[in-house]
Design a protein around this ligand. Structure first.
Ligand SMILES: Cc1cc2nc3c(=O)[nH]c(=O)nc-3n(C[C@H](O)[C@H](O)[C@H](O)COP(=O)(O)OP(=O)(O)OC[C@H]3O[C@@H](n4cnc5c(N)ncnc54)[C@H](O)[C@@H]3O)c2cc1C
Length: 517
């Protein structure tokens, strides 16, 4: 039986929670899941609300498009974060992504942890998100402690033919690891609406379904929705976290907690740490070295449209393969290149100017869409620009223009050699952005330490996209989840140490005050 979402009723200065997790995206919800599964009482604070599924009949569309769910400017966060609308492609980053790598426009830094340290948490994340996949055709798949939890999804006949034609002309393809409730007992109906849509039959393993609901089911987690965390509070010396201040409607509550996990996402977390600045941390929590908001990276992504025939493709699940063989440097290119990934159907023509809509629709309904994605370089200049308590703008990470053009050319050539008409868009957008509160050993270039704890502030952790030092070229959500599980297990380990060890300063766990709400 799930806990019903509660409206928080609290008295200032009291709490009966061991930890407060702010934000319910994949980072925050995974941290809440792990902490509660180990016996901690957790309050999740989320500024958005639950998405309410409509009733769907067998003929109704299953997914609801992002742009029709929220009117322009309406989007204010939601339970599950962006994963309610994600494509559920759940890749592990490659071993080389954890090492320093030279890119065309600079350096992608070494992580403070290795792939091996994260591997057990990747395995756990794949179980929780029911990842269907296989290592076949993926030449840089990192070592795994076990197979994928589920076999890959079958290809739609149209895709099976495309895969065969690509393979027969020398292109190596591999299944996309997908987090779906697919199988004999599963609720997935293999429709075309994963990317950009929210699944009304709960078949897409987003953060709410995969980890938040099991966390609520423990009975040790409460969630308060429509609640914005205004700031994180520390002791006077600024060395220990003591709780958070939240606003529900116009009411302000202070919640005491010895552990606070910020999982507010790429811009939400740096903004919250900035707004929480105090006498001990005048520029923001974790910002004594000026790294807060900086080192943003992600993937520069472009579109390739591949025409498969003159008939509309209909609502079928096509998102089952990618091309991973250009990931690492090679004799003809000294830098990593990137990946190619098929994406689901989004009614993007609705967003085109009215006069162009019929043409855009005619083309898009007959083409398969692919992303070609390369790593953006996480420079110190790239990131958010603070103005007082607000974010006034963003500086994008530099483009690796030649690498981008190379991958576009490789992609188009592969499809043309296989006998397809392929049109590539030259413009690129930043996808899967990360950084802005990155982890590292040096407080002058990072916000958290290797365990996700904000430098110098015991009990305050970050678990979301902002903590990743780089993005590699694969989708980042599984890495966000794995890091959050790891950080939460470190929090649990520290609590398990004897009180005298903690008192001696061996661990970063402050006293927890319990009180009735
Ligand atoms: C259309 C689309 C498709 C995508 N497809 C994929 C994919 O296939 N694979 C993949 O790996 N990734 C994909 N992504 C990216 C992925 O969804 C994000 O990288 C991921 O959700 C980021 O997780 P996060 O934990 O950083 O936080 P978010 O998902 O950003 O969630 C943060 C949460 O914190 C809440 N919050 C913020 N500030 C506050 C505050 N002050 N108080 C209270 N709550 C707060 C927000 O409301 C939100 O719910 C996709 C994204 C989109 C938009």
């Amino acid at each position: 039986m799930l806990n019903q979402p509660i409206r928080f009723v609290g008295m200032n200065g009291t709490s009966n929670y061991d930890a407060v997790v702010v934000g319910s995206g994949p980072g925050g919800s995974s941290a809440a899941y792990k902490l509660s599964s180990q016996g901690l009482r957790v309050l999740v604070v989320e500024q958005g609300d639950f998405l309410k599924p409509a009733m769907v009949g067998p003929r109704d569309p299953i997914g609801v498009f992002l742009a029709t769910t929220f009117r322009k400017g309406d989007f204010f966060g939601l339970v599950g974060g962006l994963t309610k609308f994600y494509g559920a492609a759940l890749y592990r980053m490659r071993e080389s992504d954890f090492r320093e790598t030279r890119l065309e426009s600079g350096i992608s830094p070494a992580w403070p942890i290795t792939y091996d340290e994260l591997e057990p948490f990747y395995a756990e994340a794949e179980q929780l998100f029911r990842v269907h996949g296989s290592s076949d055709g993926d030449p840089n798949e990192p070592p795994r402690s076990g197979p994928y939890p589920y076999p890959p999804l079958p290809h739609d006949p149209l895709i099976a033919e495309m895969v065969e034609r690509l393979q027969s002309t020398g292109t190596t393809v591999s299944p996309i690891p997908l987090g779906l409730d697919y199988g004999p007992q599963g609720s997935c109906r293999m429709c075309g609406t994963c990317d950009g849509h929210f699944c009304q039959v709960d078949a897409k393993m987003d953060a709410e379904i995969a980890v938040l609901r099991p966390a609520l089911a423990t009975g040790r987690v409460d969630i308060v929705t429509g609640a914005e965390c205004l700031r994180i509070v520390t002791d006077e010396a600024g060395k220990r976290v003591t709780g958070v201040v939240i606003r529900i409607n116009e009411e302000i509550h202070e919640i005491v907690a010895g552990t606070v996990v910020a999982g507010c996402g790429l811009t939400g977390t740096p903004l919250l740490l900035r707004r929480s600045r105090n006498a001990a941390h005048p520029e923001g929590l974790g910002n004594n070295g000026g790294a807060l908001g900086r080192y943003m990276s992600g993937h520069h992504a472009g579109h390739v449209f591949v025409l498969t025939g003159w008939r509309p493709l209909g609502n079928r699940h096509v998102k089952t393969f990618g091309i991973m063989s250009h990931y690492e440097p090679c004799v003809t290119w000294p830098y990593p290149t990137g990946i190619v990934q098929i994406i689901g159907k989004m009614p993007v023509w609705d967003l085109a100017p009215r006069v162009l809509r019929p043409l855009a629709r005619a083309l898009a309904t007959r083409c398969l869409s692919f992303f070609y994605m390369i790593e953006a370089t996480p420079t110190r200049e790239a990131g958010v620009i603070f103005k007082g308590d607000e974010i006034a703008g963003q500086v994008p990470p530099p483009r690796n223009a030649k690498t981008f053009a190379r991958l576009r050319q490789l992609t188009v050539t592969a499809f043309r050699q296989a006998g397809y008409k392929a049109i590539a868009m030259r413009n690129c957008a930043l996808g899967h952005p990360v950084g802005t509160a990155r982890m590292g050993d040096d407080p002058s270039t990072s916000v958290t330490d290797r365990d996700g704890m904000v430098h110098g502030i015991q009990g305050l952790y970050v678990a979301d996209a902002s903590v990743l030092p780089s993005a590699g070229a694969v989708n980042t959500a599984l890495t966000i989840v794995a890091l959050a599980l790891r950080t939460a297990s470190i929090i649990v380990e520290r609590r398990a140490l004897p009180e005298d060890a903690r008192a001696a300063g061996l661990v970063a766990m402050p006293e927890i005050r319990h009180a009735e709400i």
